[in-house]
Design a binder for this molecule. Structure first.
Ligand code: CAA
Length: 296
C-alpha cells in the first residue's frame, strides 16, 4: 500500500493521518474547508510536538511525519491515485453516501474504500458504490495516536481479501485489530453508549452528582475517565446520534436516549467542543469543573 487518502481533517481524520504518516505512509489529507484543514494540520504538529517533548519521538521523525502529509481541499485530486481511502467526515448518513458515490467514481478500480464511522451501517455505505466487496469499516478510537484498538467492520458483502489488507495495515500501525460484523453500534458503541446513557440517567434521576458518578467508574472500575467526562470528550451530539442508531436499529427501548442528554444537545451543550457539557472547559486548563447546572 503506497498512497492513502484520509477524507475529513477533524479530530478523527487528523489523528488517522498522523498515525499513518508516522508509520511511513504517504497521506493526502483532504477537507473541503480550508479552515478545518489548517486546524487539522496544526493539531497534528502539536500532537507530534507533545510526543517529541515526552521523548517518544525524535525531532527528525516529527519532520518526516509532517513531510508525509499533503493537505488538499479538492477531493478528486486527493483520492484519485490512492490505494486506500479512509473516510472520516461528518457522522451524517447523506454526507457519507455522497462521499462514497464520489469516491467510487474517482478512485482506481482496485482501491479499498474504508469508513471510520462509529455507527452508520457499512452495508448501507457500501450499497452506494459499485464495489461493496472493497468497502469496510475501520473504526479508530479517540485520541487516535494513543488508543490501540481499531474495530474492523465487515459489511454484508465485504470480501475476505479486503478485511485481510486492513488487518495487516492496522498491525503495521502498531494497533490491535478486532473484526466484527455490521450490526448497529458494532461492538464498541453497542456496549459503551448504554453505559454512558445509564450514567446520564443516574444523574437525571438524582441518584448521584456528576463527580460521584465519574469517581465510582474511575476508581471502582479503573476507567481512565468517568462516563460523563468521556461523553463530553466524545461529544454529546455524537453520543445522542449513536444512541438513536441503536434505538432505531434494534427497536428496543433499552437504548432510548436519556431526556437530559436530548435537552443538553438541544441547548448546544455538547461537551469539550462547545466548552460545556457535564463539565465546563477553559482552553489551556486541565482542571475539571462541574457545570453550574449540576452543582449542588
Ligand atoms: N496525540 C498524541 N498523544 C496524546 C494525545 C494526542 N491527541 N492525547 C494524549 N496523548 C498522550 C500523552 O502525551 C501521554 O503520553 P505518555 O503516556 O507518553 O506520557 C498520554 O497520551 C496520556 O495523556 P495525558 O497525560 O495528557 O492525559 P491522561 O493520562 O489523562 O490521558 C487520555 C488522556 C489518553 C485521553 C485518557 O484519559 C483516556 O484514555 N481516556 C479514555 C479515552 C477513550 O475511552 N477513548 C475512546 C472514546 S470512544 C471512541 O473514540 C469511539 C466512538 O465511536 C465514540
Amino acid at each position: 500500500m503506497e498512497q492513502i487518502a484520509v477524507v475529513g481533517a477533524g479530530t478523527m481524520g487528523n489523528g488517522i493521518a498522523h498515525v499513518l504518516a508516522q508509520n511511513g505512509y504517504k497521506v493526502n489529507l483532504v477537507d473541503l474547508h480550508a479552515e478545518q484543514l489548517q486546524k487539522g494540520m496544526q493539531t497534528i504538529a502539536r500532537n507530534l510536538e507533545r510526543q517529541v517533548a515526552k521523548g517518544s519521538l525524535t525531532d527528525e521523525a516529527k519532520k518526516s511525519t509532517l513531510q508525509n502529509i499533503t493537505a488538499l481541499q479538492d477531493l478528486n485530486s486527493g483520492v484519485k491515485l490512492a490505494d486506500l481511502v479512509i473516510e472520516a467526515a461528518t457522522e451524517n448518513v447523506s454526507v457519507k453516501l455522497d462521499i462514497f458515490r464520489q469516491l467510487d467514481e474517482v478512485t482506481g478500480p482496485d482501491a479499498i474504500l474504508a469508513t471510520n464511522t462509529s455507527s452508520i451501517s457499512i452495508t448501507k455505505i457500501a450499497a452506494a458504490t459499485k464495489r461493496p466487496g472493497a468497502v469496510i469499516g475501520m473504526h479508530f478510537m479517540n485520541p487516535v495516536p494513543v488508543m490501540k484498538l481499531v474495530e474492523i467492520i465487515n459489511g454484508y458483502g465485504t470480501l475476505p481479501e479486503t478485511t485481510n489488507t486492513i488487518v495487516e495495515l492496522t498491525k503495521k500501525l502498531g494497533k490491535i485489530p478486532c473484526i466484527v460484523n455490521d450490526y448497529p453500534g458494532f461492538i464498541a458503541n453497542r456496549i459503551l453508549m448504554p453505559m454512558i446513557n445509564e450514567a446520564i440517567y443516574s444523574l437525571y434521576e438524582s441518584v448521584a452528582g456528576v463527580e460521584e458518578i465519574d469517581t465510582v467508574m474511575r476508581l471502582g472500575m479503573a476507567h481512565p475517565m468517568g462516563p460523563l467526562q468521556l461523553a463530553d470528550f466524545i461529544g454529546l451530539d455524537v453520543c445522542l446520534s449513536i444512541l438513536q442508531v441503536l434505538h432505531n436499529g434494534f427497536g428496543n427501548p433499552k437504548y432510548a436516549p436519556c431526556p437530559l442528554l436530548v435537552n443538553m444537545v438541544a441547548a448546544g451543550k455538547m461537551g469539550i467542543k462547545t466548552g460545556e457539557g457535564f463539565y465546563t472547559y477553559t482552553p489551556g486548563s486541565k482542571e475539571l469543573v462541574v457545570s453550574e447546572q449540576f452543582r449542588k
